[in-house]
Design a protein around this ligand. Structure first.
Ligand SMILES: C[S@@+](CC[C@H](N)C(=O)[O-])C[C@H]1O[C@@H](n2cnc3c(N)ncnc32)[C@H](O)[C@@H]1O
Length: 223
């Protein structure tokens, strides 16, 4: 089994794409399109991967999972191991790459997908309209802190953390940029395809129509 390309993450040798198919940081694309690019750049085939927030496995749509030693975890959805990402049942330094896409909105700010709001979500469990989700920003902070600490524990030296997030009332991607024990090595801006529908209203701020994949490499030092 080959290890993740953790020593030279930006090496051209790990990206055989011709120049006409270079990978760029931002575009209007589904998550799985970016995720495919991220695996190509940073995670070699055969790598040991843990997806801590499997959900419905949407990141992996169209990707041959058999090329990796993949373990799918989630506390609430069907997967290999139902586990809380704050206490992951995997050994220290056992994974080349970890994927972490925790709930990032509170119960209060969740907007369900309806005819009148097609931009909403149908992932109740993920976003906390039921009793499982975070009630406030402090609880979201705690999920990020505990989950990324577990990701660091189970990653091998130089391992890769693929973290998905979105800015809300908080500039979360800025807050996360200096994640303890990691170096941010890439940042992808996932622009929502099309414009989010909505009635005109008196705006105070620009409406956000993008999210992020943040790519971190585990550092030797914990802070
Ligand atoms: C944004 S969704 C992930 C979506 C997933 N990346 C996909 O492609 O389908 C967040 C996921 O975190 C899970 N989750 C929430 N709290 C959790 C916890 N404490 N431990 C483990 N999983 C949790 C939810 O069940 C949900 O599937």
């Amino acid at each position: 089994m080959r290890k993740a390309n953790t020593q030279t993450p930006c090496s051209e040798t790990n990206n055989p794409s011709p120049s006409s198919a270079l990978i760029y940081t931002a575009r209007a694309e589904n998550n799985n399109g970016f995720f495919r690019d991220i695996l190509q750049l940073y995670v070699s085939e055969g790598s040991a991967i843990a997806d801590l927030t499997w959900g419905r496995g949407k990141f992996w749509d169209g990707i041959d999972q058999s090329k990796y030693e993949l373990i799918r975890l989630d506390k609430y959805t069907p997967c290999d191991v139902n586990a809380d990402f704050r206490a992951v049942p995997l050994a220290d330094a056992s994974r080349d790459a970890v994927i972490f896409d925790p709930p990032y909105v509170t119960r209060m700010s969740f907007k369900a997908r309806t005819k009148g709001n097609p931009a909403g979500s149908n992932q109740k469990d993920a976003f906390g309209v039921n009793a499982t989700g975070p009630k406030n920003e402090r609880e979201i902070d705690e999920l990020y802190a505990a989950g990324t600490a577990e990701a660091r524990r189970i990653l091998k030296r130089g391992g890769i953390l693929i973290l998905k997030t979105m800015d809300t009332q908080r500039w979360r991607h800025i807050e996360l940029a200096n994640l303890p024990g990691f170096k941010l090595i890439d940042l992808f801006v996932v622009v929502t395809k099309g414009l989010p529908p909505g009635k005109a209203y008196a705006q105070k701020h620009a409406r956000k129509n993008h999210s992020y994949f943040m790519i971190f490499q585990k550092l030797r030092r914990a802070v």
